[in-house]
Ligand binder design. Structure first.
Ligand code: ATP
Ligand code: MG
Length: 418
């Protein structure tokens, strides 16, 4: 089954809004093993929406239209679909009732024009939208599904998850199992060298390398008609891959590095405090992104100036003068010092040069020292990151979290694949 996606909206065409809806949809459909053959974008123009739909129906097995379901005159998707498919708009009493009920709950603040959203192409099946007034719609045109989803991202996502993926998944008839192994500290090329053509030995499987500044995610999707075989292949593939990348594997599925760090801290009954220079609080932000982090995150300092490193976390003035702020002794004292000052067992520190200026020959832009203090001792590591100021900061925070994770688990600090 090969589908076409049509994103609708002037704000997308003008580049003002990034088409994150398509990205969400494409990722979700990949998991359901539904192939997207084409993706196009049209503005809020009924004629062009109609043309886009006709073109899509001529080549795809199903068409998904994203956006333009709102109540304002520039929301033309329902009208364009009604005209193109010869299904005149009709008032759907049930949808009208639920729109009115929703408006009442919100204290009648919505204009009457929202009721236009109850005008549906004849024969449309309604996918209830619990988060907004425009429902998702399914039409069968000569048995080809034409699906309309609202453009508001969280509404689209809910309908995607609850309705579209199960519907298209069932229609495609394939059983699909996928898993993700998350690695940090190895390049894509190193992983590829290690893993090699392994995936070719797994029937029905595809392996994707997904690099970002958090590391490289390895995503395996196994699809086939025989559910048992698909599960067996996925289980053995997961086992083989896990063993191969074990030294750099930090999480599976959607779990984040900060969640793993939180788990390790809870397991050991410890708390962490942070002292950051070039990341300006990003490490603390990441650590507190996780709900429940107050159980294990104590406090974080942004010690940007030399003076603050001395005053807040007790770095020695002599070492600052001798080695410079971006150095192993300073990172070490920051990590141990912040733990001591905060009265906790674990401290993490970051000091580096995020650029674009401020580099020198022996410490170029991207030079970062990370320190980790645990009950087992204090360690530091030097990194040389490439990239812009923003990506250097992101990479630094991720590696700092990874070093904390390694320190807490008693793993070697250096991630080596062999
Ligand atoms: P709906 O069908 O729910 O009415 P719409 O396209 O008519 O959606 P708009 O008013 O155009 O609604 O957009 C609603 C919000 O959703 C806006 O903030 C818009 O930027 C955003 N949005 C619309 N389409 C997309 C998209 N493809 N990706 C990301 N955001 C989008
Ligand atoms: Mg729109």
């Amino acid at each position: 089954m090969r589908i076409e996606v049509l994103t609708i909206g002037n704000e997308i065409l003008s580049g003002r809004t990034l088409d994150t809806n398509f990205a969400q949809l494409a990722r979700a459909l990949e998991e359901a093993n539904v192939q997207i053959g084409w993706h196009s974008t049209v503005g809020d123009n009924a004629e062009r929406i109609g043309e886009g739909l006709k073109t899509a129906l001529a080549r795809a097995d199903a068409v998904v239209l994203l956006g333009g379901l709102g109540p304002t005159p520039d929301d033309l998707t329902r009208k364009a679909v009604a005209t193109t498919l010869g299904r005149p708009l009709r008032l759907d009493e049930h949808v009208l009732d639920s729109i009115r009920a929703r408006v009442r709950r919100l204290g009648s603040k919505l204009p009457a024009s929202v009721e236009a959203q109850a005008l549906l192409p004849t024969g449309a099946q309604v996918w209830e939208n619990r988060l907004g007034t425009a429902p998702g719609l399914l039409l069968l045109h000569h048995d080809k599904p034409v699906i309309l989803l609202p453009g508001v991202p969280h509404e689209m996502e809910a309908l995607l998850r609850d309705e579209l993926v199960p519907y298209l998944g069932a229609r495609s008839g394939a059983r699909v199992v996928s898993f993700t192994l998350r690695t940090a500290g190895a390049f894509e090329s190193q992983l590829h060298e290690k893993i090699g053509p392994l995936a070719q030995r797994w029937p029905g499987a595809t392996l994707a390398y997904l690099p970002s500044f958090f590391g490289v995610d390895l995503r395996v999707t196994v699809a086939g008609a025989d559910a048992q075989q698909v599960e067996d292949v996925a289980a053995s593939a997961c086992g083989e891959l896990r063993a191969l990348v074990a030294p750099v594997l930090y999480a599976e599925g959607a779990q984040t590095m900060e969640q793993v760090v939180g788990e390790r801290l809870v397991e050991r009954g410890l708390k962490i405090a942070t002292a950051e220079s070039c990341t300006g609080g990003l490490l603390a932000k990441r650590l507190t992104d996780t709900p429940g982090s107050s159980r294990w995150f104590e406090r974080g300092f942004v010690t940007y100036s030399n003076e603050s490193k001395v005053e807040l976390v007790g770095v020695s003035r002599e070492d600052l003068a001798t080695h410079g702020a971006v150095s192993a002794p300073v990172a070490e004292q920051m990590a141990a010092g912040v733990a001591r000052r905060a009265g906790v067992a674990v401290g993490a520190s970051v000091t580096g040069i995020a650029g674009p200026d401020g580099g020198s020959e022996d410490k170029p832009v991207g030079t970062v020292f990370i320190g980790v203090h645990t009950p087992e001792g204090t360690v530091t590591r030097r990194f040389s990151f490439l990239g812009t100021r923003a990506t250097i900061r992101e990479r630094t925070a991720q590696m700092a979290l990874d070093l904390v994770r390694r320190g807490l688990a008693g793993l070697p600090l250096e991630a080596r694949l062999e």
